[in-house]
Design a binder for this molecule. Structure first.
Ligand code: SF4
Length: 302
């Protein structure tokens, strides 16, 4: 039996239905989506242009032997979405473990979320697969309320104008899509420590600014504590982390950014690195309170 807490902690990409193990599509319970989120993983090689200190993806084990050639991946996404949604509509999905333990109020599919084992916008088949998922949702839910088509991104693929425009068209033009944009640091030391990306920090901030000025996005910030006071190189998630972040978001808001909301959250699952710790929920509430006083959009804590 799984509790809701265990389902939150279990974001396994492994999903099987009627003896078939899925490759690219995986349902999880999501506290931020408040129900079932159907993930789409296009980064089957687990490649990412960030190396976030809190990343849940274990990149040490062998890759799945069932990775298809890239050009076949969008069709596979379509096939797996069809099978999964068929099992959801027939009732089979919510009568099988672990999702049979979910309370009635949480038994709803909230979104198809492009997320996965790496940055989705970096996949060469991202747009093809996203278009296919959008068309799938409009067919499947032609006469009812549709789950959202959601992109969870660090934004880097959207620095290019062409992909940004196409992403806007596919995810946002129908009015039933959302983009959740990662913003984990707004100062060089914390960007270096948390994201561990080769992308230069000034380029990152410039690119993120272009995105928030042109697309309606929900910002996502992971707030962490690191290590213990006696651990070399450790630091707490203190004012030096928080103040540049709040100032940056406030400055974007003043310049007319299209930010729809800001999610502040702590780690729900055990991160790969032992020195990464869960932030005190009280501190998250203090940060959210300060942000609400200074920003014109909702700030939520998870
Ligand atoms: S961007 Fe996402 S997948 Fe990539 S390292 Fe960070 S948390 Fe992991």
């Amino acid at each position: 039996m799984s509790t809701v807490g265990e389902l939150v902690a279990d974001h396994s990409r492994q999903f099987s239905l009627r003896g078939r193990t899925f490759v690219s599509v995986y349902p999880v319970f999501s506290r931020r989506a408040r129900g079932i989120s159907v993930g789409v993983n296009l980064n089957l090689d687990r490649g990412c242009n960030f190396d976030c200190i809190y990343c849940q993806v274990d990149r040490t084990g062998p890759l799945s032997p069932r990775i298809p050639p890239l050009k076949e991946l969008p069709a596979l996404v379509g096939e797996e979405l069809s099978l999964l949604f068929e099992a959801i509509s027939s009732g089979e999905f919510f009568s099988s473990p672990p999702f049979d333990d979910l309370p009635e109020s949480l038994r709803a599919v909230r979104d198809i979320a492009f997320s996965g084992d790496g940055e989705p916008t970096m996949s060469p088949v991202f747009m093809e697969a996203a278009t296919l998922a959008r068309d799938f949702l409009s067919r499947q839910f032609a006469h009812g309320e549709s789950p959202l088509l959601r992109l969870i991104t660090n934004g880097t693929g959207l620095f290019g104008r062409e992909l940004r425009a196409k992403t806007e068209e596919v995810f946002l033009s129908s009015g039933s899509g959302e983009i959740w944009l990662k913003l984990d640091a707004a100062s060089q030391p914390y960007f270096d420590r948390i994201e561990r990306s080769r992308i230069p920090f000034p380029r990152m901030m410039e690119g993120l600014e272009e995105i928030v000025m042109s697309l309606p996005v929900t910002l996502q910030t992971m707030v962490l504590d690191f290590g213990a006071p006696d651990m070399p190189g450790s630091f707490a998630s203190d004012r030096r982390f928080w103040e540049p972040l709040l100032k940056q978001v406030e400055s974007w808001a003043r310049q007319g950014a299209k930010i729809r909301g800001w999610h502040l959250y702590g780690v729900a699952r055990t991160p790969a690195l032992p020195e990464v710790r869960r932030v005190d929920p009280e501190r998250l509430k203090v940060y959210a309170g300060e942000a609400r006083e200074r920003l014109p959009f909702p700030v939520e804590v998870f």
